[in-house]
Design a protein around this ligand. Sequence first.
Ligand code: 48F
Length: 263
Amino acid sequence: MDEKKEVMEEVISGAIVRRFFQKLESNLAIDVAIVGAGPSGLVAAHDLAKAGLKVAMYESKLAPGGGTWGGGMLFNEVTVQNDAAEILHEFGIATVPYGEKYHTVDSVEMASGLIFGARKAGATIFNAVKVEDIVMHDGVVSGVVINWNPVARLEMHVDPIVVTTRALIDGTGHPSEIVNKAVNKAGVKIDSPTGGILGEKPMWMEDGERTTVENTKRLYPGLYASGMAANNVQGGFRMGPIFGGMLKSGRKIAEIVKRDLGA
Ligand code: 48F
């Protein structure tokens, strides 16, 4: 009897399909969904997964990392304050002191190190996936509506699927896309001076860096914001190519979510 010959093409396709759908299925009901894999979201994902929570991140681009890769004006060096450099060291990312208060970091090392660190802590990252809406159950934000970003980009008429979550963090950066859905689609009042989104102010590095961390908070039951999204919601100043506030904001939102979820 002829033994059936293993066909490599079938094995390889089967491996990808089976493993991907295992990953997707085990992330259909999670503890924390983080939208946007920028620096604040990646630190939050790392800390929350490390605390034993089931964390999934959704990044609409193929490469996670958000605004980290480009440094300032594509000069691929990033700056952080001394205390934020310590967060990078926890991820094994090297920094070089610059004067008394700052460190510089190779932006490629920082982006890849944060991604690797979040993943190694146990967070699952779904790239090329866009969160296009939120789920609201009885006045609590309780899920994300996801689809492939290429589907959205090509404006294909394809329905999404839904993931339920106990906490949802908007880490989408400047547009604060997820909070926008809560305010403008669900019509809820969030924890901000107006109950809505105030919008980012122009550049003031020092103030922007401080308020990014101060503005990091729970906005509504089940809904949180980190990084530039948090600052945009509360009307903070932009800070440009310094990233300490983003890293500290990610750490702060992780502490708040851990407390709220009893982790
Ligand atoms: O903007 P981003 O890097 O987020 P952040 O953590 O950091 C901001 C800094 O990079 C920089 C800054 C520092 O001075 O101001 O801007 O606040 O990353 C946000 C990520 O979210 C993704 C987007 O592609 C980016 O990688 N994103 C945005 N909307 C969606 C999304 C969405 N609807 N679904 C999935 N991903």
